[in-house]
Design a binder for this molecule. Structure first.
Ligand SMILES: NC(=O)c1ccc[n+]([C@@H]2O[C@H](COP(=O)([O-])OP(=O)(O)OC[C@H]3O[C@@H](n4cnc5c(N)ncnc54)[C@H](OP(=O)(O)O)[C@@H]3O)[C@@H](O)[C@H]2O)c1
Ligand SMILES: [Zn+2]
Ligand SMILES: [Zn+2]
Length: 324
């Protein structure tokens, strides 16, 4: 169960010149929210809403604009990661769960830096845009960076991130292979663009047992918990890239010799730059990438029910809280 919901103990009296007030209309519920359930903070980092007022130095948005925000709150703009197109790794970044504890998208209002808000394209409904703000951006970014249309791309775990990764990869022209512990998701995976689906729940040996003959070139891991990457090694191509997205403090361990000999690269990926976030929204609108959502009311009962269902692995495929 989540911790009791507390009354706020922080107050803002004035709007900063670079800040925007957003009336939140929808919020996705991301797997990462489960990690912060017991923390004294406003939860939620997949926000969509409407601008109601802007600070004196704002130039991008005006009241009435539809916007969203994601996991990163701000970056410094001048450290080495920021200057090398790696603002997600900014040395002075503000992130969900680490700063601005009074700001979260399980709310009615957010005060956000204008430069970290994203315009929602007209062709995407607000309830569909919410899961794109963290889940969508976080899997789109490594797909663009590491995957080519000629690649066989494995997606491990078909939850909020995974079901979006399938759609993005398929629309990019990749061949998509899903590895899931839920056979009940098989039909949906194919409908979203996967060419094949493997139920790995009961496979305790390595995954050569699945009978896959064509190797996997890229493996994107969106599972809620650490998976044993070594199980995939026999079905990876030489120089395959494994991209873990799972957020966990567990220890990742891989067979060193096989990693070396096969040239396997393990490149974790975290969030998306603002450029990539914007491109993701454009791509999603153009290719009609649409999350499959379960709606819950933006009430205490709705929030508790959505988190509980997510924790139990029962959401198909992203919970969205809504003021509708
Ligand atoms: N790196 C980033 O930038 C980033 C951004 C957002 C989220 N995340 C992290 O990415 C992960 C997925 O987030 P999400 O929002 O997609 O969560 P989610 O909706 O709960 O989906 C996770 C999926 O993982 C599978 N799974 C569940 N329990 C598992 C277990 N014990 N072992 C292996 N697989 C399991 C399930 O898929 P099947 O039923 O198909 O097996 C489940 O649907 C979380 O760890 C989250 O914190 C990372
Ligand atoms: Zn920086
Ligand atoms: Zn997230």
């Amino acid at each position: 169960m989540p911790a009791p919901i507390l009354e706020p103990n922080e107050y803002r009296t004035a709007l900063g010149p670079d800040e925007v007030v957003v009336k939140v209309t929808h919020s996705g519920v991301c797997g990462t929210d489960l990690h912060y359930m017991m923390q004294d903070m406003v939860l939620g980092h997949e926000a969509v809403g409407v601008v109601t007022s802007v600070g004196s130095a704002c130039t991008i948005f005006k009241p009435g604009d539809r916007v969203g925000w994601g996991y990163e709150h701000y970056s410094c703009g001048s450290c080495t990661p920021c200057l090398t197109n790696e603002e997600c790794h900014c040395l002075k970044a503000g992130y969900y769960g680490a700063s601005d504890f009074d700001q979260g998208s399980f709310s009615d209002i957010g005060v956000w830096k204008e430069k970290w808000l994203f315009r929602i394209p007209d062709g995407i409904q607000s309830e569909d845009a919410a899961p794109l703000m963290c889940g969508g951006a976080s899997c789109f970014s490594p797909l663009i960076e590491h995957c080519r249309p000629i690649d066989r791309v494995g997606i491990v775990g078909m939850g909020g991130l995974g079901h979006l990764a399938i759609q993005f990869a398929a629309k990019m022209g990749c061949e998509v292979i899903v590895f899931s512990r839920s056979e009940s998701k098989h039909t949906d995976a194919l409908a979203l663009g996967a060419s094949s689906f493997y139920d790995i729940q009961h496979v305790t040996s390595d995954f050569s047992a699945l009978g896959i003959t064509k190797p996997i070139d890229r493996l994107i891991i969106t599972a809620a918990s650490l998976v044993d990457i070594s199980q995939f090694y026999p079905i990876l191509s030489r120089k395959a890239i494994v991209i873990p997205l799972t957020a966990t403090k567990e220890t990742l361990s891989v067979p060193y010799y096989d990693t070396l000999f096969n040239g396997v690269k393990i490149i974790p990926s975290m969030l998306a730059t603002r450029y990539m976030q914007t491109k993701m929204l454009e791509f999603a609108e153009r290719h009609k990438i649409c999350p499959i959502i379960e709606k819950f009311p933006m009430t205490e009962a709705g929030i508790v029910a959505a988190l509980e269902k997510l924790k139990n692995g029962q959401i198909r495929y992203r919970a969205v809280l809504s003021w509708d």
